[in-house]
Design a protein around this ligand. Structure first.
Ligand SMILES: [Zn+2]
Length: 114
């Protein structure tokens, strides 16, 4: 009976390990699918959390404010943006530079303090 139990436990352990490995592989796949390349802060190695942040974009003399999701470091405050967001920023900066601001909502005037 005791031997049977040990054998059973050994099998159960193996099965559990297999399941865990499967789950782990799935988790990695899922993370890759979500395109989350950052595990830790690239600057200080701190913990990252997903957060809505306001980013100021400048193109030529025009400035626009946009609310986006970023990975924010809990230690140093560094913001990490996904590749998709970075591409979006570049497209918006180009529009601002060309003065194509018709689709943006006007907030007010911007000033440079010299
Ligand atoms: Zn950091």
């Amino acid at each position: 009976m005791a031997e049977y139990r040990i054998e059973f436990l050994k099998t159960a352990k193996k099965e559990l390990a297999k399941l865990l490995e499967k789950g782990f592989k799935l988790l990695i796949k899922y993370k890759l699918l979500l395109m989350m390349p950052f595990e830790k802060c690239l600057v200080c190695g701190g913990e990252l959390i997903e957060k809505k942040v306001t980013k100021l974009l400048r193109g030529g003399v025009n400035i626009a404010s946009i609310s986006v999701t970023a990975e924010v470091c809990l230690s140093c405050g560094e913001r990490l943006y996904s590749q998709e967001t970075v591409r979006h920023f570049a497209a918006l900066r180009a529009k601002l530079k060309r003065g194509e601001t018709q689709e943006f909502q006007l907030l007010g005037q911007s000033f440079e303090i010299v």
